[in-house]
Design a protein around this ligand. Sequence first.
Ligand SMILES: Nc1ccn([C@@H]2O[C@H](COP(=O)(O)OP(=O)(O)OP(=O)(O)O)[C@@H](O)[C@H]2O)c(=O)n1
Ligand SMILES: C[C@](O)(CO)[C@H](O)COP(=O)(O)O
Length: 252
Amino acid sequence: MTDITLSRPGLAPAAAVIPAAGRGLRLGPGAPKALRQLGGTPMLVHAVRAMARARAVALVVVVAPPGEAEAVRSLLDEHPPPPGVDQVVVPGGDTRQESVRLGLDALPDEIEIVLVHDAARPLVPVDTVDAVAAAVRAGAPAVVPALPVTDTVKQIAAPSEPPGGPEPVVATPDRALLRAVQTPQGFDRATLVAAHLKHAEGDATDDAGMVERMGVPVVLVPGHEEAFKVTRPLDLVLAEAVLARRRKNDGY
Ligand SMILES: Nc1ccn([C@@H]2O[C@H](COP(=O)(O)OP(=O)(O)OP(=O)(O)O)[C@@H](O)[C@H]2O)c(=O)n1
Ligand SMILES: C[C@](O)(CO)[C@H](O)COP(=O)(O)O
């Protein structure tokens, strides 16, 4: 557990846990995804900035690629957070779930609200972060930003083996009832810790799914198009374009 003094006045103390330990295999060969450049700055630095700008966030815990924690500490020292925000770096694990759990283990006792945010979503607007934190502060135990699904989605019985073969369709779910979820996902700390303890052996792709499985209500709030995840090479092209537009229009 981390021993720090939290200094953001007037709000229940919240921490951002940023899982950044993934390899980014779908992005292609190169450094771990969080350390790849976006507009000349590592993606992780953008993600940390986005979270540290939120009004409620007093602490940012970065979960670094295993073996890169020291390099990430040096990188973040070059990009200090705003006054009143502390940052801590811990090494990550083999899965996203394990990395988030390692981030949770580093939280000091005072933290009541946790926002889990993918380093791979570097351009999330601060208003989205604030809206998630506000909903948790207002009493929701688990809050997820989400957008309507724009494609029609087909359900198959099982993925083809090997991939690329024909896949028979079994259903077409009603798109109006589907949402694509983003991060930061916000939680009452005790709820999230309990979910990680209960499902410790799993490999969940998101934290809210683990909370749902405990029977705790999860609520969606509007996400934002610019909170998209950089997963494949084309996402990086889009991220560069969004960043260039922000820099031109807002001096970002
Ligand atoms: N062992 C892992 C795996 C993922 N992540 C983090 O979880 C977030 C979402 O994961 P994703 O975008 O799927 O990243 P990767 O696992 O790096 O991608 P890929 O599956 O293409 O390798 C990312 O910020 C990633 O760094 C993590 O902290 N630890
Ligand atoms: C948490 C997440 O960003 C929600 O969309 C996502 O599930 C991360 O994992 P993925 O395997 O890259 O989808």
